[in-house]
Design a protein around this ligand. Structure first.
Ligand SMILES: [Zn+2]
Length: 238
């Protein structure tokens, strides 16, 4: 076995590292999470819309209910004056009674309005509840999706560190000089084409035929001396 065989091993390990990087950036779960987050955002904005309508209706209801309470207090007070015996004249009593009647009329009008408002609120409130439920479901799904992503990423990290360990071992076997040559070639040529196995007379990286005179020269080199493919520049393993 040629001393250059380690180059193939190094390239394979680097390829695996690149694949792991790619895998960690393109987990299908990322798409799922993005979909869920978009759905949640939509729910949020529908919720905000509903809340605007609901708050106007609920404020109206509230104001009327406060006024109704105030009118009730007024009626109670007037009624107690009317029947409390501190009336001086029938005329005064009649006036008070008519005031009570008018307050009661206003109260009844407000009560009708409150009923009307409650009817208007109902479908909004149902929708509000539906959205809240949907958001809870969505939030849970988001959390689960995030957990799946983090589990997948830590699995990849474990695999990555084992490949890196393996790479360190191979680098040690290869020796510093060869590692430097390999790293430079890899920087220049990319992941999969920095090293090529010489198959017959063709380069395993570019698959081109190498001229016989070059092949002769390469074959005469010491077995652990690196040489490049004259066509593509890949380090040839022979
Ligand atoms: Zn080549």
């Amino acid at each position: 076995m040629s001393g250059l065989e380690v180059l193939v091993e190094l390239q394979e390990l680097d390829t695996r590292l690149s694949q792991l990087d790619h895998k960690s950036k393109t987990l299908p779960e990322f798409d799922r999470l993005a979909e869920l987050e978009a759905g949640d955002k939509e729910l949020q904005s529908s919720f905000a819309e509903i809340e605007v309508g609901l708050s106007v209706l609920r404020n109206n209801q509230n104001e009327r209910e406060i006024e109704i309470q105030q009118l009730e207090d007024k009626i109670a007070k007037a009624t107690s004056s009317l029947y409390g015996g501190d009336m001086t004249s029938p005329k005064e009593a009649a006036l008070l009674q008519s005031e009570i009647d008018s307050i009661a009329g206003r109260q009844s009008l407000l009560e009708d309005q409150v009923i009307d408002l409650m009817e208007q609120i109902e479908p909004y409130a149902t929708e509000e509840e539906r959205i809240e439920t949907a958001r809870r479901v969505c939030q849970n799904a988001i959390k689960e999706s995030q957990e799946r992503i983090s589990a997948a990423l830590s699995e990849i990290a474990v695999e990555r560190s084992s490949v890196e360990q393996e790479k360190q071992d191979v680098e040690q076997r290869a020796g510093n000089e060869l590692v430097v040559v390999y790293e430079n070639n890899r920087k220049r040529m990319g992941d999969h084409t920095a090293v090529g196995r010489l198959v017959g007379t063709s380069c395993g990286a570019c698959f081109l035929e190498i001229a016989a005179v070059e092949i002769d020269r390469i074959r005469r080199l010491p077995s652990d001396q690196p040489s490049e493919c004259p066509e593509c520049g890949a380090l040839l393993v022979r």
